[in-house]
Structure formats: C-alpha cells, structure tokens
Design a protein around this ligand. Sequence first.
Ligand SMILES: [Zn+2]
Ligand SMILES: [Zn+2]
Length: 449
Amino acid sequence: MILTDLNAPGGIGANCLLLQFDGLNIVIDAGIHPKMTGPEALPRIDRLKDIRLDLIFLTHSHLDHLGALPVLARDHPSTPIVMSHDTGQFYRRMLQNSCTVMERQRMEFGIAGYPLYSYRDITICHRQVIALHPGHARHFEGDSGDRISFTLHRSGHIPGAMGILLEYRHRKILHTGDVLFSDTRLLDGARFPEETVDTVILETTRGATARRASRESEMERLLECIEKTTSRGGSILIPTFALGRMQELIAVLHAARQEGRLRNLPVFVSGLGIDLLNQFDRISRGTSTLRIRRKMMRELGAVKLPGTHRPGRERPAIYLLSSGMMVENTPSYGAAEALLGTHRNTIAFVGYCDPDTPGGRLLATPHGENFLFKAPGKSVPALAQIEKFDLSSHADREELLDFARAREPRRIVLTHGDPGARAWFKDHLEDESGDERVVNPSPLQAVKV
Ligand SMILES: [Zn+2]
Ligand SMILES: [Zn+2]
C-alpha cells in the first residue's frame, strides 16, 4: 500500500489520506483546516484530479474530516462515499452550517473563494453516499477488477464516528479515526475488533498530554463548580462545541436534575447544537448506543437563549452556548462579555481551546487583567472565575498505545496529531521493537507501508 497524507501543513489540520493499492485508490476523510481560511484550508485534493478514485470514506462529521467533502465529490462525481448510517443522518447539517459561516465570512472579511461549495454541491454530494451500519463487512470491486473488503467499527468519539477495517489480499489495515474508548452519558465508547492486523493507522491527538483524571470525575467537578457558582449568586457560562459535547452536557445536566441537583436553575442553550439534538433524538430511537432524547431539554427546563436576554442581569443561570473556543460573534462570546467582569460568575471551558482563539486568550489572561473583546472593541476586567475541565473526546495516549500494541501490527502509521504528540508515540512504540515499524508520514510524500 502507498500512503500519502494530503494535509499539507502537517499536524491535525485538514485530514485527508490517500491509500493506493495495486488497482484501487481510496481516500479517507476530506477535512478543512480549522486555523486557515479560503482555498488554503483545503487538503491538496487538487493532486487527486487526474487519479481515478474508487472509494471515499468519511470517518466522522467534524469539519477537520468532513469540511472539504463536497469539493472532493465535485471532482469525483461517480466515486461512492462510505460513511456510517448515523453520520448519514446529520453530516449535511454540519456542511450547511459551514457553508453559511463561509458566506458570512466572505461578506465580512472579503475572503476570496468563499464559500468553497454551495448548498447545491452538498445535495449533489449526498447522491454518492452509501450509509452503512457498523460491524458488517462489505466487498467492493473497482473498475480495474481489483477487490477490497471493508467494515466500519464504532470509534466512540462523537455520534456516528467510525474506524475502518480494510482487508486487501489477506492484509488487514485498521484506520482508527478519532477515538474515545470510554462510554459517556451520551454515547458508547469505541468497539473495535480484537483481532491482530497488519497495519494500524493511529490517531495521536493526545500524544503530548498526560493521562487525565477520569472523565467521570471531571464531570463531577464541573457539576460542583456549577453548584458553587450559582449558590454564591453567580451565573456560569460553558462555551460548548455544538456536535457531541453540547448534547452530552444536556444529558449530564438532565441526569443531575433527576438526582435532585441543580434545582430551579434556568438553563440556556443555543444554535446548531439544538438542531443536532433533534437529529440525535431520531437516531437514539433505533439504538441503545446513543442516549439523548429531545424530551430531556423539556425535563431540564432548558430553553433557547432569547436574543434580548442579557446574561448576568437576572437570577443565576447555566449558559450552554456555542462556540467551544468562544470565537467572535458567537453566543458564547457575547455571554462572556456580559459575565466576565463580575467575581461571582464562572466561565468553564470543557474542550480544547486553540491559543489564538478568544477562548485560548482568555485562559491565558491573569485574573483581574483587562480582556479585550475585539468584536465590539470593549475591554472587560477578567474578574469571573475561569475554569478548565478535561472532557476531551479523544482517548488517552496510554489507551491508544495499549490498543495498538495488542493488534500486533507490522506497521503503525501515525496520523491526526501535532509533531510533539506523534513524537511521543514514535518514542514509545519504537523503544520496544527497535525496528522501523512506526511510520510518521511527511505531508504530500508517498510512503510505502
Ligand atoms: Zn473529531
Ligand atoms: Zn479530528
């Protein structure tokens, strides 16, 4: 197999891997780079234009995996796109939202080439989709007559997320996708095959991060933080990613309320996360692996944040608002501006914040110093309590290491990680074998695996 990483800047970025077998060309994921704008944010799918693609796989609906799919599909209009049945239910909502954001950015900042695709492209792309349930092997024959089998396996990370097991001429290749092994209140963890494989393509997101306190203990610490803040008369803002985290927190708050905690506390939510909750409600009815229902919103007394509502003016409340990194002009950004200047309030981050985003900048701001909200051009003293909880949807590095070792692969390909994260995996995997079995592919360079 020849593997080429088409994510030009390296790191996590715009995920897109080309796998070439004798007579078959396969692409796994087509994302956009979260820190780049315009056509630069795309992986180098222009290099695929003269290649006949036989199959495209989508592991899950985060935009660093999905965001370039309509562009790739436009170039390869007859290539089947394989994804999980659950992802097939809501990935278009993510793309439509991304399209709307790009349209707004073109108008505000004049970004050339935006949007990268239209609503119509999303509709056309959907005609190529083959949505499959996990655990069932499929056999595929390309135009060349060459054959491959593939099976999707739940990877736990977010609803619909899958790893992919490919079987080509008795060789097994497992691509983990983004993984969370532990079960959450929302979702079952990864359920991967226990068998040995020849090659593991391994996500390495947390390679530079030591093992966390358990996710359950972090959730409990968050609940206690909410209780402390509101009992002193303050409100708490939880900037939240719309896909997965928002619904998980609703399920967690709902369970706490059922146990008699967080009584009489208003809960305000916003945006895309609620649309997705409605889609997940539908999926949850047909499975026990996803556990979120629309009625939990009602039972929790959660309501959409009214446009006229000014956080902090009324009684203590919980604000569960996107975006997770508190990006400008989002509900969490506006609520932070209203809550930051008062001691009794709390802003609690529950996911990764890039240092260049407002969330990352706020986390680096010493208590009491002014924080500049650039969008309205207003400085606010950082007096509220700022907290961070490690609720990552990625497996700890030790778990991934154990998983990869247990598959006894001849080759391990590192992917989806910054250089420091990949280096940790390379060190730990090479130490014990002393051979060349770990591959850390350089962007755009074809490597034989
Ligand atoms: Zn992801
Ligand atoms: Zn990812």
